[in-house]
Design a protein around this ligand. Sequence first.
Ligand code: ZN
Length: 446
Amino acid sequence: MQVQVSLTLEVSATTGLADLEEAIVTQGRQSMCRALQQAIRQWEQRQRRCPRCKNDDVRVEGTVGRRVLLVFGRVRLALRRYRCQHCLHRWCPARHLLRDLRGQQVSPGLREAAVLAGSSWPYRHATQLLERLSGAQISAEELRQLTMQQGEQQACVQQQHAEQVLNAAPNEGKGEAGVVGMDGGWTHSCEQAGGMEGKVAVVACNKQVQEPKAQPDPSQLTWYELAKRSAKGKRLGPVHQRARWMKRCYVATFAPSKALGILAEAAAREVGLDQAKSVVVADGAQWIKQEAKQHFAKATHILDWFHLWRVVRKAIRETQRDQQYPETWLTEQITEIKSWLWHGEVDQAVKRLQSWQEKGEGKALKAAVTYLQEQREWIGSYEAWRQAGYPVGSGIIERAVSLVINRRMKRRGMRWKRDNATALVTLRTDFLNADWQRHPSHRAFV
Ligand SMILES: [Zn+2]
């Protein structure tokens, strides 16, 4: 069986490439629609045997209209209805051909494209892009529903899969060293006045250190070469060694934090992380500490250095201002306390801060003392951790929150229902994880 469709183009003397391209695309899409109609018609013609009595004596008895949305546009189909002359059975053979639609209008190909677009861009924007790029004609509401449907399904599958993974025996002792980051990201909510928090975790292992390129000696360069380098923004100083975690897996949900703990532990097992050799980095939020305790008990827990230092530095600045110490005092205290904290000597730092409290207590000072006491278990020698090659800052997870939540969900006027938000972040983490399997130069999310 062969189907042939033709494409007619009007070419005038003044036609440019842009006009030709546009005309071919438009005509091409129409030809695609015709090709589908003809293919179905031909297929119908070959199905002239009664499915009930296997008699070939059948007659066409009208058609059934059906609208189908495909990647290249909207097609009206007239499906033939047959009547068996022998047993009077009536049926529509092309129904079998359209079984992939599962009673709906949108084809599997368009469904996939719609979900990808809907989880990447705002729905209206996504429909416009799809129409421009492929000719698909789908409304923003249809696209939204498809995305939500797929996301909800996927969220269920993911949660069930995670529970299965956790029920299996853990692969202890065989895994690699790695890092787990957990953090929350806020979005506006339709149901909650203050917004709601989405929880994101990223699991990474297989660290690879990229050797920096050798730097030329500045005294050997000519003025011309120096100017060229500076115009390109290249530095002459020593270049830091860069390290990348090559294997990553993201998980996210707007459900209670318990669900994230399960997803994160399952992801860690699947990428082959050995907890005893790994670290959890976080900003000290209560829910993270709880999940880390339950699901990553054997890992080392690290409080993000930048959060810690920001809180303490604020307290030192405030004390200097309130008690009118000179600037030199400020520099001395900052150097000393920073060094203590960096080396994990928390008690000494707390004692120093408490000694200031006797002379008058500021808000930031009080907050810093409480913070240090509350986060005690998560603070250790950052120097030793850094030496061991572990991250001490939560950069990796902050980037994950930005990729999974902020880029798609924190735009002007956007408000989310909790279930829909979970559906969307599930799809986004799926795409991110698939993207991470590609070669670095082919990744979309960088
Ligand atoms: Zn029959």
